[in-house]
Design a protein around this ligand. Structure first.
Ligand code: FS2
Ligand code: SF4
Length: 577
C-alpha cells in the first residue's frame, strides 16, 4: 500500500505497510479501487450531462458519498467497500443504458487510455467491462492493488502526481461537506456537476499539465465555498442560528448514548427517537457545537458533552457506560472493551461492528443503539458523585452571533484595545508537534481574540480566556465544527467591508492545523479567495513536493507553522507577518 493523504502519514512520507490510522493494505487497495471506479462514473455522468442533459440523482448522491467514505478515519470495513465498488459499476451500467436509450454515443476519445492508469484501462472503460470477475473482496483487492498512487508517480513524477492527489483530496473534503448538506435536504446541481467535471478532468489528458491541475484545484476551492455556504444554510435553516450556550462536561445519572462525528441530522433523529425513554444523549468530539443550535438544545435529554478530541476516543469510549453512535469521521478501530457498544451510521464502517443504514425515505431506525443503551448501566449516581467536577464550556458563536457583537469588536479595534484576531482552526491529532497549538495560546496577549473551529479547539476549549477588555465579549469564541469554516469567512469578509479593506489587510492571522482532507478542501477555498499569509501545520502535506509548495509560497505566502517556536510565530503574527 501507499497512502499519504493525511497529516499523520508515516515518517511524513507515506504509510506503506499499514496505516498509522489502522487502515490495512486490503482496505487501502479497496479505497484506491473505489476512487478509480468513481473517476470513471463521474466522467460518464459528466458526459451524460453535457451531451444529453441527463441528470442521474442516484449517481449524484452516490459519487459524493463514495468519495466521502475514503476520507481518513471514516471507514475501515472491507465488505462496505466491496458494496461501494459493486454499486459504482451497477450505477455506471444503468447510466450507460440511459445514454444508449437517448441515442447518445460518447466521444471517440472518452475512454482513451492515460499513461498514469498503468496496467488498468481508463476508469470509464473498466466500469463498463462486463467480464471483470469481482466475486469477492479478494478479487477486488487484486485489482485495487493496480490503482494506487505509485503508478501515477512513476509516470507523472512526484510533483504532478501529488497535485492530482491534492485535487482528489480536496474533493474528498468537499464531498463530505456536500453529503452532510444533502442529509438535511440541501443540494446544488452545480456542485454535482463540478465534482463530476473534476473527476472527468482527472481521467483526461489535460491532467498531465501542472498549470491545468493547479487551476482545477483552485476551482474546486470555489466549489467548496458554495458547498460550505450550502451546509451552513442547511444547518441554520433546519436548527436555527447557533446562540452562545454553556455546555456541561459533567454527566448526570441515567442511561446514556454518546454521539460522535459531525452529522447533526443523525443527532436530531436520535434525540427524537430517545424522547421519553429515560436516556440522556451526550455529544463527543466534533458534535460539541450541536448544543448551540436552538433546534437541538431544546431537547432536555441532550445532557452534555463527554470527552475530548477524536484521537482520545479509545480512552473516552472505554470509559463511557452507554451506547456509542458514530455518525462520521473520525472513528478508530475499536477496543474490545467497547466493541459491543458501538454502532456505525452513514459512510462510516468498522469491521465486525453493526451498521445502521437509512431506509428508502432516509429514515434511520436507531432501535439497536437504544436497546444497547438500556442494557448498559449508564452513569450511576455514585459514579457521577465521584467524578471530578469540570467548568462549563461555551459554544454557539456562529457568524450570526459573532456579527451581533461586531460593533463592539470594531470599536475595540479602533480604540486599540483589540490589537489582533487569530483564527486557530482545524483538526487535532496525537503527534507531539501539535503541542505547538497549545503553546500558541499561552503566548497570546490579552489584547487579542481567538476564533476556533474544528476539533483543534479541544486543546483549550475548557480554559478561561476572560473577556475582551472593556466588554462582555469572551476572548475565545468557538465558531463550531471544521464544517463551519464558512462562518469564519463571513466574519472576516464583513470586518473587511467595515474597514474598507480586504481580508489580507485586517489585523487577523490564520494559523491552521490540518489533519485530513476536509482541511485540504478548506485550504483550497481560502487560496481560491486569495487569502495570504496562512500558517499551516504541524507538518506540510506529504503529497506536496518542495516544488509544489514553492508555487503556493510564491502565490500566497503560505507558511509552515514553526512548531519549534510558537512564541516566534505569535510575535510575527502580531506584526501581521
Ligand atoms: Fe477532527 Fe476528524 Fe472535523 Fe477532521 S474529528 S480531524 O476528521 O473533520 O476535524
Ligand atoms: Fe496513513 Fe493517513 Fe493514509 Fe491512514 S489515511 S493510511 S494514516 S496516510
Amino acid at each position: 500500500m501507499m497512502c499519504y493523504q493525511c497529516e499523520q502519514t508515516k515518517g511524513g512520507t507515506g504509510c506503506t505497510e499499514i496505516g498509522i490510522c489502522g487502515k490495512t493494505p486490503e482496505v487501502a487497495a479497496l479505497q484506491d479501487l473505489l476512487i478509480y471506479s468513481v473517476k470513471g462514473l463521474g466522467s460518464l455522468a459528466h458526459h451524460a450531462r453535457t451531451l444529453a442533459g441527463i441528470e442521474d440523482a442516484r449517481v449524484n448522491t452516490f459519487v459524493n458519498g463514495a468519495i466521502f467514505s475514503t476520507l481518513t478515519n471514516v471507514n475501515f470495513a472491507d465488505d462496505r467497500f466491496l458494496e461501494f465498488v459493486n454499486e459504482s459499476r451497477e450505477l455506471h451500467a444503468s447510466l450507460s443504458a440511459k445514454l444508449a436509450a437517448a441515442g447518445v454515443t460518447l466521444p471517440a476519445d472518452a475512454t482513451a487510455q492515460q499513461p498514469w492508469f498503468g496496467s488498468m484501462p481508463h476508469p470509464l472503460a473498466w466500469n463498463s467491462q462486463q467480464d471483470v470477475a469481482l466475486g469477492g473482496v479478494g478479487d477486488m483487492i487484486e485489482v485495487g492493488l493496480q490503482t494506487g498512487i505509485k503508478a501515477r508517480q512513476e509516470v507523472l513524477g512526484d510533483t504532478l502526481a501529488g497535485l492530482q492527489e491534492l485535487l482528489t483530496y480536496g474533493l474528498k473534503g468537499l464531498c463530505a461537506y456536500a453529503h452532510h448538506a444533502e442529509a438535511l435536504g440541501h443540494t446544488d446541481p452545480r456542485v454535482y456537476a463540478d465534482v463530476q467535471e473534476y473527476l472527468h478532468f482527472l481521467c483526461s489528458p489535460a491532467a498531465a499539465d501542472v498549470g491545468a491541475v493547479l487551476d482545477a484545484c483552485f476551482r474546486s476551492g470555489a466549489t467548496n465555498f458554495r458547498v460550505m455556504e450550502m451546509l451552513s444554510n442547511a444547518h441554520t435553516s433546519t436548527f436555527g442560528h447557533p446562540v452562545p450556550t454553556p455546555v456541561t462536561l459533567n454527566p448526570v445519572p441515567g442511561k446514556a448514548i454518546l454521539v460522535t462525528g459531525h452529522d447533526m441530522h443523525d443527532l436530531h433523529m436520535l434525540l427524537e427517537q430517545t424522547q421519553g425513554k429515560g436516556i440522556n444523549v451526550y455529544t463527543h468530539g466534533e458534535m460539541l457545537p450541536a448544543h448551540g443550535y436552538p433546534g437541538l438544545k431544546k431537547y432536555p435529554h441532550l445532557a452534555g458533552h463527554f470527552g475530548g478530541a477524536w484521537y482520545r476516543q479509545k480512552i473516552d469510549f472505554a470509559g463511557f457506560p452507554g451506547a456509542i453512535a458514530v455518525t462520521t469521521n473520525c472513528v478508530l478501530d475499536p477496543l474490545q472493551v467497547y466493541k459491543e457498544n458501538i454502532f456505525t451510521i452513514n459512510e462510516t464502517g468498522l469491521a465486525g461492528v453493526p451498521h445502521i443504514a437509512a431506509d428508502a425515505s432516509g429514515h434511520k431506525d436507531f432501535s439497536p443503539i437504544i436497546q444497547r443503551a438500556l442494557e448498559l448501566p449508564g452513569f450511576t449516581p455514585e459514579a457521577v458523585e465521584k467524578a471530578p467536577k469540570k467548568r462549563d464550556v461555551t459554544v454557539g458563536f456562529g457568524h450570526n452571533a459573532v456579527l451581533s457583537v461586531a460593533p463592539q469588536v470594531i470599536e475595540a479595534i479602533q480604540s486599540g484595545r483589540l490589537e489582533h484576531i487569530f483564527l486557530v482552526g482545524g483538526c487535532d491529532g496525537s503527534e507531539p508537534q501539535r503541542k505547538y497549538y497549545s503553546k500558541l495560546y499561552e503566548h497570546m496577549p490579552q489584547s487579542t481574540m481567538v476564533l476556533t473551529l474544528g476539533c483543534g479547539k479541544f486543546r483549550i476549549f475548557d480554559q478561561d480566556f476572560g473577556t475582551l477588555p472593556g466588554t462582555e465579549i469572551p476572548r475565545l469564541l468557538d465558531m463550531g465544527q471544521c464544517n463551519d469554516a464558512y462562518s469564519a469567512l463571513v466574519v472576516a469578509t464583513e470586518l473587511a467591508k467595515v474597514f474598507n479593506t480586504d481580508v489580507n489587510s485586517l489585523p487577523l492571522s490564520l494559523d491552521l492545523s490540518w489533519f485530513e482532507q476536509k482541511a485540504v478542501a478548506v485550504l483550497l477555498t481560502l487560496l481560491h479567495l486569495g487569502v495570504r499569509n496562512i500558517r499551516l501545520g504541524p507538518r506540510l502535506p506529504a503529497f506536496l513536493t518542495p516544488e509544489a509548495v514553492g508555487v503556493l509560497v510564491e502565490k500566497f505566502n503560505l507558511m509552515p507553522a514553526n512548531v519549534a517556536d510558537p512564541a516566534g510565530d505569535m510575535k510575527a503574527m502580531m506584526a501581521c507577518k
